[in-house]
Design a protein around this ligand. Structure first.
Ligand code: B1M
Length: 215
């Protein structure tokens, strides 16, 4: 198989053997971020489709996720970085009940490499933990990720909690993850939330929105 097809297959098949050598070969030809966006994410998309249609079982999805994480970790040192972390600080978490963290961690990498300080709380974070971190770390923005449909409801509840605690105008909120839609966030949630809430389709839109929040 040609290199790009082979790399994609490694994600889909959850095949770690030979991955570093293929990634190094890829790095000689294309920037690290492009490899993630154009090749590896395409593989994860296929994994999602196969799983969704019942053609792939969960343990194999987990293996694919591990290969994806290993690949991103290998490529990360090769990504362009701007110098300081002084543009602002975001507390980032996958919401309560949700374990998906590949997208959240990509957001962390992109923001960290572009001048932001990221306090990454990890997965399954209740709003109490997110709030505590946002306060203690003096965050400028709260970022929540979630991939399950159930997580979209949790995000709504979290915004309602900010409302009821009269904290809605303290932090702009950035939301992302595959189960969300722009309309749900920027119409439905924006209507009930007393502060500012925005939707990021991908990590790069997350970066643009951070820049806008901090302007
Ligand atoms: Co799960 N899973 N999974 N899974 N999994 C999905 C999400 C699903 C759509 C698959 C499917 O059915 N086709 C489906 C959800 C269905 C639904 O809710 N309607 C699903 C399911 C059902 C489940 C379980 C319930 C399965 C089960 O146990 N029976 C279970 C849930 C456990 C739980 O959370 N409590 C489960 C478990 C898992 C694994 C552990 C095996 C693994 C996760 C491993 C890990 O993350 N460490 C996994 C995976 C890998 C997936 C799919 C296949 C791929 C997700 C992924 O990493 N994509 C996924 C299918 C899919 O998404 N279509 C699926 C790549 C990643 C880069 O994309 O996270 O969307 P994403 O991030 C993007 C953007 O969304 C955005 O930026 C990123 C790209 O630039 N973004 C942000 C994300 N967060 C952001 C935050 C921001 C800004 C942008 O600012 C704050």
């Amino acid at each position: 198989l040609p290199l790009w097809e082979r790399l994609k297959r490694r994600i889909v098949d959850g095949e770690l053997d030979g991955l570093p050598a293929d990634l190094d070969e890829a790095l000689a030809q294309r920037p690290a971020l492009e490899i993630v966006n154009d090749v590896l994410l395409d593989g994860m998309k296929t994994v999602g489709e196969l799983f969704g249609s019942g053609q792939m079982q969960l343990p194999f999805v987990l293996q694919s996720a591990e290969v994806m994480k290993t690949a991103v970790a290998h490529l990360e040192p090769h990504m362009e970085k701007s110098e300081d972390g002084g543009k602002g600080r975001i507390v980032l978490a996958t919401v309560k009940g949700d374990v998906h963290d590949i997208g959240k961690n990509l957001v962390d990498i992109i923001l960290s490499n572009n001048g932001y300080e990221v306090v990454n709380l990890g997965i399954k974070q209740p709003m109490s933990a997110i709030l505590e971190a946002a306060r203690d770390q003096r965050a400028d923005v709260i970022g929540m990720s979630g991939l399950l449909v159930k997580s979209t409801v949790i995000m709504k509840e979290n915004l309602e909690e900010l409302n009821s605690r009269k904290l809605a105008d303290r932090w702009p909120v950035l939301l992302g993850g595959a189960a969300l839609t722009r309309a749900y966030v920027e119409q439905d949630l924006a209507e009930l939330f007393d502060g500012e809430v925005r939707y990021a389709r991908d990590a790069f839109e997350g970066l643009r929105l951070m820049d806008a929040f901090m302007a």
